[in-house]
Ligand binder design. Structure first.
Ligand SMILES: [Zn+2]
Ligand SMILES: [Zn+2]
Length: 344
């Protein structure tokens, strides 16, 4: 054991001594032993959990400690991942990590704090109760204030709610609040733009479609050589046009009219929507009146869905997982050609 320690010491210190004037990488073991490890150890032994997490997030910005505080399901589709969980009257939260954005914050899984932009569909508590947690946790972890996009009527009450928490919690609630109405566009980044759509629920609600936008060479110039295109550019001609692809759509809570009035939801590559009721004896006219959808609404519209992936969530708590899946598989045995996933 003693010999092993001696050997280990020689590897680290011997190498550092030999290479210290020339080699940068050989400095790394020294740095780990004398700087990083003691710092983490000291933070740990002093039970400074906040400092330890802050040190970790400073040294490894994409890797802070995970805490399993809320369920999250996950599905990979092409280059994108959908993560989230949604049950009616309980909690709804979804995110697309690659886009650095999420939809609704009905609760707040600990590691969702890394997502800086959230699009809120409506003001029911099972969709917004996690907002103060998100804002406050990002401040505690010294992250940039989040950006929260929501129906315009929510801005004032949400601001008041956050300022009430500032008094109660004695901590600031820094965030950017953006209010939108149906039919508006908002630039999320150079590549991503969102459009809002009016959905039909018991309170004013918005659905969102996220577009990937790229500049592509106009069709009439496709045959030209690189030199000819360069000449055109230099003469001031715009040789490109913007192409938009609807990548992800989120309806939030809605009756089927929310889909029918906005066919763009059917065109997005990924559609995240709600299927609150599935049992045959649940009356559809009441469900629609309450701004929700039934499995039968999906059956009726099965030829409308052009999406590559459809995730249906927000199932009522009156169903167990196996019951819900059984009802859906009975009515849609092919699960819309394997594109439909029921998240429960
Ligand atoms: Zn809901
Ligand atoms: Zn609702």
């Amino acid at each position: 054991m003693g010999d092993q320690l001696l050997g280990f010491g020689k590897i680290i210190f011997g190498r550092f001594k030999r290479d210290k004037h020339t080699s940068v990488p050989s400095f790394l073991p020294y740095c780990c032993v004398f700087y990083v490890v003691p710092l983490l150890f000291a933070a740990n032994t002093l039970s400074l959990r906040r400092s330890r997490t802050a040190i970790c997030s400073h040294l490894f910005p994409n890797c802070f400690q995970m805490t399993e505080n809320a369920p999250v399901l996950s599905h990979r589709h092409g280059d994108l991942t959908v993560e989230g969980y949604s049950r009616a009257a309980v909690q709804s939260y979804w995110r697309i990590p690659e886009f650095k954005l999420g939809f609704d914050l009905g609760a707040h899984p600990w590691d969702f704090m890394g997502t800086p932009t959230w699009l809120i569909s409506h003001a029911h508590l099972d969709h917004i109760a996690g907002i103060p947690l998100h804002v406050s946790r990002r401040r505690l972890m010294k992250m940039a204030p989040p950006r929260l996009v929501m129906p315009a009527y929510m801005i004032k009450p949400i601001r008041n709610m956050l300022s009430s928490f500032e008094s109660l919690d004695r901590g600031r609630m820094p965030c950017e609040l953006i209010g939108l109405t149906a039919g508006e566009e908002f630039e999320l980044s150079r590549e991503l733009v969102l459009r809002t759509f009016r959905t039909t629920h018991t309170v004013t609600s918005l659905g969102y479609v996220i577009y990937d936008r790229r500049k592509k060479l106009k069709k009439e110039y496709l045959e030209l050589s690189g030199e000819q295109i360069r000449d055109l550019r230099e003469s001031g001609t715009d040789v490109t046009e913007e192409v938009r692809v609807p990548m992800v759509a989120y309806t939030g809570d809605t009756s089927p009219r929310g889909l029918d009035d906005n066919p763009e939801f059917y065109n997005a590559k990924i559609l995240i929507t709600e299927m609150t009721f599935v049992a045959p004896d649940h009356r559809r006219h009441l469900i629609h009146k309450n701004g929700h959808m039934h499995l039968d609404d999906f059956v009726q519209r099965k030829s409308e869905f052009k999406n590559e992936l459809i995730i249906a969530g927000h199932l009522s708590t009156r169903y167990s997982r196996s019951q819900a899946i059984k009802y859906v598989q009975k009515e849609l045995p092919g699960m819309l050609d394997g594109r439909l996933k029921v998240w429960i």
